[in-house]
Design a protein around this ligand. Structure first.
Ligand code: ACO
Length: 428
């Protein structure tokens, strides 16, 4: 097998190294091409561009495979907890029992947020979107922990910044929710595990400890685990590119949260439920909405369908669909929106438009239904996605720093006006 690609332009040949990954993925290294030939490559939306070499997540979109650090997502969703997966992603290995206990303990020592930060929560209008608040609050952590600003921090100092963020995120998310209701915030309980503590702060009362069904707790772990990393997607690439300028962790993750917010990315989980409700309120005719999604003159898209890299099935959607059934059965919920989701899914999977374009339900098609059943309002869904994605973003930011990657700075092909002289305003 050749380890060089040959590119010929105008009779000149250039040898380009071929890089092979551990799962036999192949890439042509074009990093020196401009120096050699004067050419750059063009790939709008980075549809076929590897931005980095990463050892965190492997994804094979054609075959519906997703591994974190080599472990299949199906095994992690079945056997692991969210904090264990977070450790795996960030530090590279599954922790030994004592290591995990120590990690849990360390996290539980940093769950409080600075009392002065409460003023931010009070300052947001009650209807402001939780994602805007989350992005602002995570960015604001850098003001309270200025040691995070040092790009030459020791490994130990950097690790403390990481632990603080992981520990404080559930508190921030829960408090955003409580404030949206006008309820008092609930302080973290250090004796509870990560997910339990999060649910307590979100749905518990100051005086009462929440009673949680194991099916619900497991579903929450699964949701967070399934969202924990997804290699170089829009928000993760954002985190890496912001971090590549030596911006601090909080600023980089805050940028990732903003990138996640869009309905074409993490915001899809909110958009799915809004779409299903519109269909229900419109009489529940899924065929009509399917036709709209196929009409090129109609901007409507079937939210929760299609994926940039999964072109067969999204392995996370399979797992989540089962968790969704378990939660709805446990809670005895008969959600008409779920019936519409099932009708739409079946119709789309048998429709040539969707089959030809390899459009399948993605993770967000079902996650919203579970969040809704658990009692989260729709505009909190993407925040829950961010809570799950946090360890992945952190792992990617850390890897980018360990690898001493250069500042991210793509090229472009300029297609604007050629040089022209300034014209005085009265002569234009
Ligand atoms: N409904 C209808 N048609 C669609 C859909 C959809 N959901 N998704 C893609 N298509 C069509 C496109 O119109 C295009 O058709 P064409 O070839 O006739 O022009 C073709 O399928 C390919 O779509 P692209 O937009 O080129 O694919 P891309 O990889 O750029 O986009 C994306 C992927 C953004 C996820 C897209 O499928 C989409 O908008 N889906 C709905 C939003 C969504 O669910 N996003 C969540 C993604 S998962 C995540 O981020 C967690």
């Amino acid at each position: 097998m050749s380890d060089k690609a040959l590119l010929t332009i105008d009779g000149n040949s250039y040898e380009l190294p071929i890089i092979t990954g551990t799962e036999q993925e192949k890439a042509i290294d074009i990093s020196k091409l401009r120096d050699q030939s004067g050419y750059v490559t063009l790939d709008t939306g980075f549809k076929n561009t590897g931005a980095t070499k990463s050892a965190i997540t492997f994804l094979d979109g054609e075959n519906g495979i997703l591994h974190y650090r080599g472990y299949p997502i199906e095994q992690l969703a079945k056997n692991s907890t969210f904090l264990e997966v977070a450790y795996l992603l960030i530090y590279g290995e599954l922790p030994k029992e004592q290591t995990l206990l120590d990690f849990r303990h360390l996290i539980s020592r940093h769950t409080l947020i600075h009392e002065d930060m409460k003023k931010f929560f009070d300052g947001f209008p009650s209807k402001s979107h939780p994602m805007g608040q989350l992005s602002a609050l995570v960015g604001a952590l850098s003001a309270f922990y200025p040691e995070s600003l040092n790009p030459n921090a020791t490994e130990e100092e950097e690790n403390l910044t990481i632990v603080k963020l992981l520990a404080k995120m559930p508190t921030i998310v829960s408090w955003i929710y409580k404030k949206s209701l006008g309820h008092p915030v609930i302080y973290p309980r250090n004796n509870m595990n990560y997910v339990h503590n999060f649910l307590q702060m979100t749905f518990g009362q100051i005086t009462e400890e929440i009673e949680l069904d194991p099916v619900i707790v497991r579903a929450m772990h699964i949701l967070l685990i399934l969202h924990a990393d997804h290699e170089q997607n829009c928000s993760t690439s954002t985190v890496r590119i912001v971090g590549s300028s030596n911006a601090n962790l909080y600023a980089s993750i805050s940028a990732g949260i903003s990138a996640l917010w869009g309905p074409l990315h993490g915001g899809a989980n909110q958009a799915v439920i809004e779409m299903l409700e519109s269909i229900k309120n419109d009489g529940g005719d899924s065929a009509k909405w399917l036709a709209k999604a196929k009409d090129k003159n109609d901007p409507f898209r079937l939210m929760g369908f299609g994926h940039r890299v999964y072109k067969n099935f999204d392995p996370r959607a399979k797992i989540i669909k089962k968790a969704c059934d378990d939660v709805l059965e446990k809670l005895g919920i008969n959600d008409p929106v779920l019936d519409i989701a099932k009708q739409l899914e079946e119709a789309a999977l048998n429709d040539p438009y969707f089959v030809e374009r390899k459009l399948y339900p993605n993770v967000d098609f079902y996650s919203g239904i579970i969040y809704r059943a658990l009692g989260f309002p729709t505009d909190m869904f993407t925040v829950l996605f961010a809570l799950g994605r946090l360890p992945g973003w952190i792992a990617q930011w850390k890897e980018m720093r360990i690898n001493k990657e250069p500042i991210g700075r793509p090229r472009q092909i300029y297609v604007g006006s050629t040089p022209r002289d300034y014209v005085d305003i009265e002569k234009r």
